[in-house]
Design a protein around this ligand. Structure first.
Ligand SMILES: Nc1ncnc2c1ncn2[C@@H]1O[C@H](COP(=O)(O)OP(=O)(O)OP(=O)(O)O)[C@@H](O)[C@H]1O
Ligand SMILES: [Mg+2]
Length: 356
């Protein structure tokens, strides 16, 4: 999936003008050295004709050299127009397509984005059993597809990022991350998702819009590559099925929905065990101390609720863990378990922190 830049396609002809001047001087001198005496013997009325012939010969040589240089430029740039991708307005370059004996060229230098995975949180806690189970399933080889499914905030994306970080050495060619926006009212279409993947390697490529035309490009780009694709927030099987990569790649999918796909190993993710939940609270806000167990329980052991509660307590240093616990218990008599902890934490957090 190496990506060559196109700067070499731009011919450099800065040498041409000084070269022509040098040729004129050199050839002029040489001509007067060689023929000066001879011409002197020619009757003066014919001398101008000999000089004219020498001048025309020199001029013709220079014009021939310039037009030859131009022809070389044209043939190097016309390779773009001679392939089918160019007819689609696509200008891409790469060794994958070279294998298919297609010549590609870039019009502008571009930076490829082959390593897109966000880093998992430094305070990642627990999930050893799940990681072992998923890694063991991925050992089986072939097209490796794993799905993490479960409710919002349970830690699907975070676990998928951790898993992807462990898998990266096995998939060194590319690690791509894509939010399929399945929980929103505008989920990505398979065509949009394919375009994202292709652009990772060819950022300036003008791509066709239809799924039918994009599919062979998507498959060609991933062909024989050891690439890891993390597709986050899938909506349904229909959205993901056209994106199944060749067998050399690994696909990790997360979704709030439960669905199956050919070759998919689906793992239903649950909340954290109480011990790990308490540990996460203490890692984020050590001052929670002995209240960790009770707060974790009131957060329903849901990682998102745990993180918000611990962040609120880490920020609000005037609020004691015991007070927080009391407020949480009061709120939960009015609202549901997790909803109360989320609401209270959000209220306590600074506006800046609420963004996540
Ligand atoms: N194992 C973990 N260790 C530490 N933090 C975690 C862990 N799992 C989840 N979190 C934290 O919990 C929050 C929610 O996690 P995440 O975004 O992964 O949930 P999700 O299941 O993907 O939710 P959604 O369905 O909304 O996408 C994040 O702030 C994340 O950092
Ligand atoms: Mg998520």
């Amino acid at each position: 999936m190496s990506n060559s830049t196109a700067s070499s396609h731009q011919p450099q002809r800065r040498w041409l003008i000084p070269a022509i001047i040098a040729i004129i001087f050199f050839a002029g001198n040489l001509a007067s050295e060689l023929f000066g005496n001879l011409i002197g013997e020619i009757p003066p009325s014919y001398q101008w004709a000999v000089w004219a012939i020498i001048g025309i010969a020199l001029l013709t040589t220079i014009i021939a050299a310039i037009s030859e240089a131009r022809r070389a430029d044209d043939s190097s740039s016309s390779t773009v127009g001679n392939n089918s991708e160019a007819r689609h307005g696509m200008t891409i370059s790469g060794d994958i397509v070279a294998r298919d004996k297609i010549v590609y060229a870039l019009q502008t230098p571009a930076v490829s984005a082959l390593h897109q995975l966000p880093t998992p949180p430094a305070d990642f806690t627990g999930r050893d059993a799940e990681l072992n189970e998923l890694m063991a399933k991925l050992e089986t080889g072939g097209a490796t597809i794993s799905g993490l499914q479960g409710m919002g905030g349970v830690g699907k994306t975070t676990l998928a990022l951790k898993l992807a970080a462990l898998l990266t050495p096995r998939y060194p060619d590319a690690q791509l991350f894509l939010d399929l926006k399945g929980a929103s009212d505008k989920p990505l279409s398979p065509a949009e998702a394919m375009a994202h993947v292709i652009r990772a390697c060819h950022p300036t490529a003008k791509l066709p819009e239809s799924e039918t035309e994009l599919k062979p490009l998507y498959q060609s780009m991933l062909h024989s590559q050891r690439a890891l694709l993390l597709m986050d927030n899938a909506r349904e099987a229909k959205q993901v099925e056209p994106l199944l990569p060749p067998a050399t790649c690994c696909l990790l999918v997360t979704s709030r929905q439960h669905f199956t796909l050919p070759g998919l190993y689906a793992k239903d993710l649950n909340t954290l065990p109480p011990k790990d939940a308490g540990q996460l609270l203490l890692t984020i806000a050590p001052r929670i101390g002995a209240a960790a167990e009770a707060i974790a329980k009131l957060c329903g052991y849901l990682p998102q609720a745990l993180r918000l509660a611990a962040s609120a307590l880490a920020e609000q240093i005037d609020l004691s863990p015991a007070d927080y616990l009391r407020r949480l218990e009061n709120a939960q008599t009015r609202l549901g378990l997790v909803e109360a902890s989320l609401n209270l934490s959000y209220d306590l957090l600074e506006a800046e922190t609420q963004k996540w």
